[in-house]
Design a protein around this ligand. Structure first.
Ligand code: ADP
Ligand code: MG
Length: 342
């Protein structure tokens, strides 16, 4: 069996907390060794070294992603991965999950497909321009608005009422290309009956505000292993992500096994070998706020003193320091084994 591991232009693959300030990457050579131990032929290449003429039938492709501003380099990765899929490769994770990485617009679309009940609860509207929001049917209730791109709550805000929401959306979606702005105004002034083009085309989403959250849970799944931590909201803020108030001890108000069972059901439905989930508990039920299937931060696994597995109908804690390369390779290997059977 053949595995091709694709790294970015700096030779980075995924990320680790060990080297966050130099080149944040996993140890690709160690991952190769893990796969070779399990009998795979393993090649490591940069995206730019992909051979476009060969067939990729029978090759499993593991690849990294990017969160560069404006997602310019990421769009190049998307081109390549879609192409490799067209050429017969089994890309892990599948292309839609790359598309959804660092892209709340597509992630929320996937939610409608995978979790229709939760989608109804959140009632997410996905907007390509601020004009889309202005045309939407909105009430005076509290909403959450999120730029399609962004992590750590950086571009997540809450707002009550249409006018206030539109004000925030205008700022969030504004395009700053001066040439673009100048030529749009030229057309508006000099072309009679010209239909205005939008100057607010950075996509964003709005959804119902979930009341009463004190924090959320980060659950990472690597195959059979689950890691989790609690993130308390920032002081006087509804947002947990990016606040740094992380705790491996979970609050008493939440049943850990129920949390893990919810994470298992959600990630089984998503169906990828690796999954990071932001999960909220509103006092009566769990809500999956966000999911990512590649290149997510491994802090929760790397810093945990144990993982949990579901075996013989129950959750069992196994105390072990996480060797992330080993854990990732095992998860991918088990996934390949599983998809080969069907
Ligand atoms: N619909 C919502 N209602 C209430 N709080 C929310 C909602 N969505 C997100 N949050 C809060 O905002 C934080 C950031 O949201 P998230 O969608 O995870 O964005 P990011 O990619 O920036 O982490 C979450 O950690 C959670 O605390
Ligand atoms: Mg998040």
């Amino acid at each position: 069996m053949q595995i091709l591991i694709l790294t970015d232009y700096r030779n980075a693959f995924y990320s680790s907390t060990r080297n966050a300030r130099t080149l944040s990457t996993l140890d690709v050579a160690a991952i190769r060794t893990e796969f070779e131990k399990r009998g795979y032929q393993t090649a490591i290449k940069k995206f730019s070294e992909v051979d476009f003429s060969q067939s990729y039938a029978g090759t499993y492709v593991l690849y990294t992603s990017s969160e560069d501003r404006g997602l310019k380099y990421k769009s190049y990765i998307e081109d390549l991965i879609l192409f490799l899929k067209e050429k017969g490769a089994t890309v892990i994770p599948d292309y839609p999950f790359l598309r959804a990485h660092h892209n709340k617009s597509f992630m929320e679309m996937l939610r409608y497909q995978l979790f229709p009940q939760q989608a109804r609860l959140l009632n997410t509207k996905i907007c390509g321009t601020v004009e889309d929001l202005k045309a939407a049917d909105l009430t005076e209730q509290q909403y959450v608005i999120k730029s399609a791109y962004g992590a750590g709550s950086k571009h997540v805000k809450s707002a009550a009422g249409k006018q206030y929401l539109i004000g925030i959306a205008e700022k969030m979606s504004r395009c700053f290309d001066l040439e673009d702005i100048a030529s749009e105004y030229r057309r508006r002034i000099f072309w009679p009956k010209y239909k205005n083009g939008s100057l607010h085309r950075n996509k964003f989403i709005i959804q119902n505000f979930i009341e009463g959250l004190k924090g959320d849970f980060k659950v990472l799944r690597y195959g059979r292993r689950f890691y989790r931590l609690y993130r308390e909201n920032r002081p006087d803020d509804f947002r947990a992500s990016g606040g740094g108030r992380l705790n491996f001890a979970l609050p008493d108000s939440v049943d850990e096994n129920r949390l893990l069972s919810f994470a298992k059901e959600s990630s089984d439905r998503i169906g990828t070998p690796l999954c990071s989930m932001d999960i909220a508990w509103n006092g009566t039920g769990f809500i999956l706020l966000e999911f990512q299937c590649l290149c997510f931060g491994p802090y929760t696994a790397e810093r945990s003193d144990h993982y949990t597995v579901y075996e013989e109908g129950q959750w069992k804690k196994i105390y072990e320091k996480c060797n992330i390369e080993d854990v990732l390779s095992e998860a991918i290997h088990q996934y390949i084994h599983q998809i080969q059977k069907v």
